[in-house]
Design a protein around this ligand. Structure first.
Ligand code: NDP
Ligand code: 2IT
Length: 446
């Protein structure tokens, strides 16, 4: 089996060796999915995983825009249309200076498995730009978004490809892109998710990824007769996912003691309560400020410049910032400090050697494609509401989200249960694979 996996990786590596994040995601999937394929006649010998890791289509385009000084700026835009076997391409747009094809292909590949796990009919895609929204005026962000959509609109549509938010793309950016799409296409349609409530958005979409990550952690804990109540939690990031993960932890009576951004980490031993979290939400979403401003407002807290939260003693860790933000040493410290559960809010935040440490120590570890699927799941519910020209109540959407996270947990158990341990990574990969593979096989070699 080892040889089969090595051969597969080296075959994929021939064309993609210059894309480290993509290759990391391919390896992680191949290690658990290939043994399953080999054990099943219906999948074996059909190059099914080989087909899945190759994007159906990659679009790359120029995005010109004029900054506030009248200077012309040039950025690069992308959309990776990865897999449409079970529905229209679906996945977020990321605006961050580090964006490149390797990162977008890894995200799009993860999205294939994640969207399949949600049980909703969504294929997978991902896109974005190396545009950096930090420090830009509203007008600059608007002009960039309009220019980005002036190219992207040709390739997307409510039944073709439905983008949404990711790092650097929130309600503001979705609004500007939606406005431009509507103008160009002359139609009001559910082409993007994460829209505002008065123009086709769904209740609970902003909260969904963070809430879902915590619901997934609660499912894992309940499965071993434990719960999140009373636990101490550290969260990385302070953006959309981190904020609502913190909110749900507080609602479920856990104590959140740390959050972060790319400049460092705050530690509040007294706990971040609702009032303090509201301060962070205003700081980040309205004032677009930096996390260290928290300690000016709450001087009992401390700021660790350029540090991640993983050295802080906790029961539960929720990495909610970005890929590869938690390494092997971090994992060792978390274990030494008694951490019992890691639920990924971000995509691929834990490095492969960190995951090995978690598994070796048999702690509860959930990969993002399972634990952060709540965001895209509620995007799927937003699409359903748009098609119905109807909107469900907060309670209805939240209860559907809870149900979906529970179903994903169950799928992981079915395919990931080992002797005395649930391998959530294996469970998520195999369960996600089956639905997409079956659809691909049924649709022939296309
Ligand atoms: P936001 O842009 O709202 O927030 C991102 C947060 O992560 C910020 O606090 C940011 O800090 C921090 N961050 C970004 N890059 C780095 C870096 N290189 N090092 C340290 N910190 C960093 O994005 P989201 O909250 O939407 O996304 C966070 C993660 O969750 C991503 O991995 C995304 O792919 C994933 N995700 C998001 C979903 C969604 O619905 N939004 C759904 C599923 C997954 P700073 O402001 O300093 O850059
Ligand atoms: O990584 C992700 O799942 C997202 N950024 C959300 C995608 C979506 O279509 O809502």
């Amino acid at each position: 089996m080892k040889k089969i996996i090595e051969n597969f990786i080296s075959e994929i590596d021939k064309k993609n060796s210059h894309e480290p994040e993509f290759m990391q995601a391919v390896k992680e999937i191949a290690e658990t999915v290939l043994p399953y394929i080999v054990s099943k006649d219906i999948y074996h010998g059909k190059n099914i995983l080989m087909r899945m890791v190759e994007p159906e289509r990659v679009l790359m385009f120029r995005v010109n825009w004029v900054d506030d000084n009248g200077e012309i700026q040039v950025n690069r835009g992308y959309r990776v249309q990865m897999n449409s076997a079970i529905g229209p391409y679906k996945g977020g747009l990321r605006f961050h200076p580090t964006v490149n094809l390797s990162i977008l292909k890894f995200l799009a590949l993860e999205q294939v498995f994640k969207n399949s796990l949600t049980t909703l009919p969504m294929g997978a895609g991902k896109g974005g730009s190396d545009f950096d929204p930090k420090g830009k005026s509203d007008g600059e962000v608007m002009r960039f978004c309009q220019s980005f959509m002036t190219e992207l609109y040709r390739y997307i549509g409510p039944n073709t490809d439905v983008p949404a938010g990711d790092i650097g793309v929130g309600g503001r950016e979705i609004g500007y892109m939606f406005g431009q799409y509507k103008k160009l296409k002359k139609e009001f349609t559910g082409v993007l998710t994460g829209k505002g409530l008065s123009w086709g958005g769904s209740l609970i979409r902003p909260e969904a990824t963070g809430y879902g990550t915590v619901y997934f952690a609660e499912n894992m804990l309940n499965h071993v007769s434990n719960s999140i109540k009373g636990k101490t939690v550290v969260i990385s990031g302070s953006g959309n996912v981190a904020q609502y993960a913190a909110e749900k932890c507080i609602q479920l009576s856990a104590k959140v003691i740390s959050m972060s951004d790319s400049s460092g980490t705050i530690y509040d031993s007294e706990g971040i309560d609702t009032e303090k979290l509201n301060f962070i939400m205003d700081l980040k979403n309205v004032n677009r400020g930096r996390i260290h401003e928290y300690v000016k407002k709450y001087p009992k807290a401390v700021f660790f410049k350029n540090k991640t939260p993983w050295e802080i003693k906790c029961d539960i860790a929720l990495p909610c910032a970005t890929q590869n933000e938690l390494n092997e040493d971090d994992a060792k410290i978390l274990i030494k400090n008694g951490c019992i559960c890691v639920s990924e809010g971000a995509n691929m935040p834990c490095e492969p050697n960190a995951i090995k440490i978690f598994k070796h120590n048999k702690i509860l570890y959930a990969p993002g494609k399972a634990s952060n699927a709540g965001g895209v799941a509620v995007s799927g519910l937003e699409m359903a509401q748009n098609s119905l020209r109807y909107s469900w109540s907060r309670e209805e959407v939240d209860s559907k989200l809870k149900e979906i996270m529970k179903d994903i947990h169950n799928s992981c158990l079915i395919h990931g249960q080992e002797k005395d341990y649930v391998n959530y990574e294996k469970g998520a990969n195999i369960a996600g694979f089956i639905k997409v593979a079956d659809a691909m096989l049924a649709q022939g070699v296309v």
